[in-house]
Design a protein around this ligand. Structure first.
Ligand SMILES: Cc1ncc(COP(=O)(O)O)c(C=O)c1O
Length: 429
């Protein structure tokens, strides 16, 4: 359907929205009794109204049954994990046995590097994106050093070409081919946190496999945002946080995918008792016997209260339907691009340089706008008017409307406010 620029059109899209009831399942932040426009799903997803109730259930079990809750609560804590992996595996395109919810993203990244970065004198390089999120950079650096290699030499970063902001798939593939015999691991973000660029994970995984290397992805900005097919893409492993597009709450417990083809191999791993075979765990015996599947990588007794907040969101995703969420995500985002382009095209010279690629398959919810003039001032104006977007130094505004709780009217209002903030420059006022 061709988009139109007026507010009534945005409202009509909201009327037709198959997910319109879901916004009301979230707590929308307010100021002076007025709802703010929250476009920060890329940073911290909003709180499901049911999160408190789900947490309260765990607190009540604890109060009434104490430690007996592990086995005798109405929903025994021992099996709580199983209530998370069904939906999560759909979201990342995996089998439930390939997904585990544990720890947090950076910890999981380290655990996966223990299993999947096994360098030899000949094959020791890690190929990654330049300007990966700092945690990833530090993880690569410290693992490479831990194995006695020089990080400057062993970590190969693929950077955008001169004058460009995003990576070309052909350059990523060419780098993997160049170092084919020397690469132990290829590890990229699914979506770069700064530019919002979606990497071609299928092509990267295929190139890594062809080179004989392991391949993993940091899906912090991809899980719960875009369609993923980790199993079919033949990815070895992936890690993500659940506090962004998965609305699991601040510091939410993280998610990990391990391809089932890796279960048979005796991969090195750091073990803890919660990864021990569930049937015999409480015999407390010597000699680590892992649970089958990804759950065998668990270390510690899980934080059940954080399981509960995540579950409150996953249950909403399940009820909404992942396919419907994807359909709305695309429509909402296409509408955002339509409105932003309209504003930017009306100003000469353009005020915004979009560093997120516009092609639908190359972005998710996020749009990163490099502001060529008065960026901070425009951002401050938007914040003052109740639009919650974020600022990344030196000059980028990031925003990410999401399907479950944002509306087309909010996008329209944001575009209108941005248009006016830009116009105050005096050029098109
Ligand atoms: C791409 C990426 N990787 C890693 C992290 C670090 O995650 P955590 O602090 O949950 O370990 C983040 C946090 O935002 C991120 O965006």
């Amino acid at each position: 359907m061709p988009f139109q620029t007026d507010l009534d059109f945005a409202r009509s899209l909201d009327q037709q929205d198959a997910l319109k009831g879901f916004r009301d399942q979230f707590i929308i932040p307010e100021k002076d009794g007025k709802q703010l426009v929250y476009f920060l799903g890329n940073s911290l997803g909003l709180q499901p109204k049911a999160a408190k109730e789900y947490m309260q259930k765990v607190l009540d079990d604890w109060a009434s049954l104490g430690v007996e809750s592990f086995f005798h609560a109405e929903e025994p804590w021992m099996d709580y994990h199983d209530k998370l992996t069904g939906t999560l595996s759909k979201v990342v395109g995996a089998k439930p046995s390939e997904v585990v919810v544990m720890n947090q993203l950076t910890v999981n990244l380290h655990l996966m590097l223990v299993s999947f970065y096994r360098p030899t004198q000949k094959r020791f390089r890690i190929i990654c994106e330049a300007k990966a999120f700092p945690s990833d950079q530090y993880a690569f650096e410290t693992h490479v050093k831990h194995h006695g290699f020089d990080a400057q030499d062993a970590v190969v970063e693929v950077a955008p070409r001169e004058g460009e902001f995003t990576l070309r798939t052909e350059d990523i593939i060419a780098t993997i081919e160049k170092y084919a015999d020397e690469t132990a691991l290829v590890l990229f973000g699914g979506i770069n946190y700064y530019t919002g660029q979606v990497f071609d994970m299928k092509a990267i995984a295929a190139a890594a496999k062809k080179a004989g290397a392991k391949v993993g992805f940091d899906l912090a900005h991809a899980a719960g945002n875009i369609e993923l097919q980790l199993h079919d893409w033949n990815v070895d492993f992936a890690c993500w946080c659940c506090y962004k597009y998965l609305n699991g709450g601040p510091g939410a417990i993280g998610g990990v995918f391990i391809h089932e083809k890796n279960f048979a191999e005796e991969l090195p791993r750091f073990a803890g008792w919660w990864g021990y075979d569930k049937a015999t765990r409480f015999k407390m015996e010597k000699g680590f016997v892992p649970m089958s599947g990804a759950e065998g990588w668990q270390l510690s007794t899980p934080p059940f209260l954080m399981y509960a907040t995540l579950r409150s969101s996953l249950d909403l995703i399940e009820a909404a339907g992942w396919e419907k969420i994807q359909a709305k995500r695309k429509q909402l985002n296409n509408y955002l691009w339509f409105m932003l382009n309209r504003i930017n095209n009306a100003v000469e010279p353009a005020v915004i340089q979009f560093i997120t690629p516009e092609a639908e398959r190359e972005h998710g919810c996020q749009v990163s706008m490099l502001m060529k003039t008065r960026g901070r001032e425009i951002y401050d104006q938007l914040i003052k008017q109740g639009f919650m977007v974020d600022w990344r130094e030196p000059d980028v505004i990031r925003l990410a409307p999401v399907a479950l709780y944002n509306t087309f009217e909010e996008v329209w209002r944001f575009a209108d406010a941005l248009d006016r903030a830009i116009s105050f420059d005096g050029r098109i006022a």
